[in-house]
Design a protein around this ligand. Sequence first.
Ligand SMILES: *Cc1c(COP(=O)(O)O)cnc(C)c1O
Length: 461
Amino acid sequence: MKIVKRSWAEPFKIKVIEHLKMTSKEDRLKAIKEAGYNTFLLKSQDVYIDLLTDSGTNAMSDYQWAGMMLGDEAYAGSKNYYYLEDNVKKYYGFKYLVPTHQGRGAEHLVSQILIKKGDYIPGNMYFTTTRLHQELAGGTFVDVICDEAHNPDDTSPFKGNIDLNKLETLIKEVGPKKIPYVSVAGPVNMAGGQPISMQNIRDVKKLCDSYGVKIWLDATRAVENCYFVKMREKGYEKKTIAEILKEMCSYFEGIWVSAKKDLLVNIGGFMATRNKKVFEETRNLVVVYEGLHTYGGLAGRDLEAMARGIEEMVNFDYLHSRIGQIEYFGNLLLKAKIPIVKPIGGHAVFLNARKFLSHIPQDQFPAQTLCAELYLDSGVRSMERGIVSAGRDKVTGEHKFPKLELVRLTFPRRVYTQAHLDVTFESVAEVYNRRKKIKGLKMIYEPKYLRFFQARFVPIK
Ligand SMILES: *Cc1c(COP(=O)(O)O)cnc(C)c1O
């Protein structure tokens, strides 16, 4: 046999396993009814393959678990904090670090410190918790992502890029004094895990410098963005992920991070900056909301696992297998002509529910419906990223009708095998084959904040 293409495989093997419960169709119907047709409200015990999120669902390595035993649980000045501080400096390049219990803890502090009432915060598409904290601090988020990002069929390599014209127009319109910082993220979660190019970051930095506007990075999945830069951007082919990360961060005044993603841990977050004044204010505010500045709501052992996770996340072979797994799954769907967001993203594959269930109007929640149907079919859990996630307009109180109506199948790091992906693909294909018979949902309970987490639905008869 002639081998045409050599495959990749994971640069690790399984040492400990976790048993999964196998469920029947009746079990699943009961469970989803009880959960109000919201996959966030399912008990994880009732889920077979859990692709709800890549947040905190990572498998830690034996090196990280070994580090957990070295937790220094002193209230102040734990040695694990100093190790994390060293690694944040070494890999991200920021001198000052404030840990928080998770990403939104850091978003809260940074937003409260940098944003004044009436400010505008431009960004490359919103993220749910990021935007909410910016709004709670009195700001208004303005989406300045490139138009391509809103088109799921556009195959541009860097759909996370900022549209410089949109950004400059806003700066001129409201004045640079009303813009505390530009909120940059990469890859852009809500656009389908699409990366931002280094060139675009440089251009944004240059434009912002000319107006005296700062730029901050949501570095939650920064190394996954760096992988795409290495694979797709000219001049970066030979650079290591660590080198690319360092360069990327060098353009920003500071970052906030949910360690539950890139850092291969189950809990944690931090902010890091080169601005001493912002650091000092954050270090002060963190004691009000999270805990002392050397633990930020985390145990010493968690800080140790984060510090070790940073060393593992920049490994190219690891990233290649992680993103390769997602590509493998996405390509199965593409071959079957099932509508997904293109190109295939960095942490997830997004089903285009608007096309998948084109007969269901957006106010009957096609993506939410598709999540429930997938669970019913096979016990696979996914997440809505469409009209429910988008929430209501602050002024009119109407639903926001986002262009993208998506179902996210998100891959925990180092957790599932290729066989799990095959099973998931077959389930999506099965639901696709009977899509015409599927009816939408009606919302019967709607919480005030981040409604997608707790909203409840019933099927439309
Ligand atoms: C998860 C996430 C956050 C929030 O972090 P949590 O740890 O969930 O609080 C912020 N930004 C992005 C891009 C994320 O994916």
